[in-house]
Design a binder for this molecule. Structure first.
Ligand SMILES: [Zn+2]
Ligand SMILES: [Zn+2]
Length: 307
């Protein structure tokens, strides 16, 4: 017969067992990072997640590196799912991406090439994403920046025609042109506008109008929007609480800002994941924060609950 002390320790062990390997949740619950690029040393991806309080991440890689991404995901069960990208201007890309999806990737991204967002190359990708029933994560950059000095998926102003033409495609919008257009007075003169947001921007409107459009909250582009007008953003987060998903696109080493190379004032020396999670936690109601950090992404990507 079990004495009281044995009973208590057995009960404690039983209670502790499901928690093995899990830390307490720094952000009040699990966090899905929908925008983490595969690093040359995959363990650095894990270090970044552990350091910033991220439970699970969407690992983005070029199709050439998809085997490395898959191996990392298999080495760390429950931590990763993978998206792939390939040069949309190449004729073989549809076949290459289809194969990658059959090999276990669950989305296209990050799609960042020097084409028009409504050109023939991207239309092919939108149709393929719908056929394979996977989301497509797109970098919208209409204003050339110091890093890369080019336009990627240009012509964002016309993107609503794609949202209409491809109703079955799940679009995840990312980067500076998407976030700058939260404000209706965006002049396309800088990638990271400052000052108060003027209501009625096309990104805001399209998130309301099109059920197939989602917002990726990663990088300086989103963090800049959060910081330039917190009052407006509080309403924006509430309005699109079922469409926005946290992501980091951070290049710091430890999930705490070490090695951050981006010099933008909001994130200089900081981890973008921490900076953005902190802002959203502050500006959104707890249930909205929960949707943004976990529910929306896991639902869109059909990830089973791993808690
Ligand atoms: Zn990007
Ligand atoms: Zn970081």
């Amino acid at each position: 017969m079990m004495n009281r002390r044995h009973f208590l320790s057995a009960a404690a062990a039983a209670f502790a067992l499901p928690l093995l390997g899990q830390k307490t949740y720094e952000w009040g619950g699990p966090v899905l990072d929908i925008h983490l690029h595969l690093r040359p040393n995959g363990e650095s991806n894990v270090a970044h997640m552990d350091g910033s309080g991220v439970t699970r991440a969407v690992l983005l890689s070029r199709v050439q590196a998809a085997p490395e991404a898959k191996a990392l995901a298999e080495k760390h069960p429950g931590r990763f799912v993978t998206f792939v990208s390939a040069d949309v201007t190449k004729p073989e890309t549809e076949a290459v991406l289809t194969k990658a999806i059959h090999n276990g990737a669950i989305g296209f991204g990050e799609i960042k090439y020097q084409v028009a967002c409504d050109g023939p190359e991207m239309k092919r990708m939108y149709a393929l994403a719908a056929d394979l029933n996977v989301p497509i994560l797109i970098h919208f950059g209409d204003v050339p920046q110091a890093s890369g000095n080019a336009v990627f998926n240009g012509g964002f102003k016309r993107f609503n025609s794609m949202l209409k033409q491809f109703p079955k495609t799940k679009f995840i919008a990312h980067a500076d042109t998407f976030w700058a257009n939260v404000s209706s007075d965006y002049a396309y003169d800088t990638a990271y506008p400052s000052g108060p947001i003027k209501p009625g921007g096309i990104s805001d409107k399209w998130l309301s109008d099109y059920p197939n459009l989602y917002g990726d909250m990663s990088a300086n582009s989103c963090n800049n929007a959060l910081n330039r007008d917190p009052e407006f953003i509080t309403g924006f987060l509430a309005r699109h609480q079922d469409k926005l998903m946290f992501g980091c696109d951070c290049n710091c080493l430890d999930g705490r800002g070490q090695g951050q190379t981006n010099k933008a004032p909001n994130i200089r020396g900081k981890c973008v994941a921490r900076a953005t999670l902190g802002m959203v936690q502050k500006l959104a109601k707890p249930e909205v924060f929960r949707k943004i950090r976990w529910d929306n992404g896991t639902k869109l990507l059909h990830l089973s609950d791993i808690s």
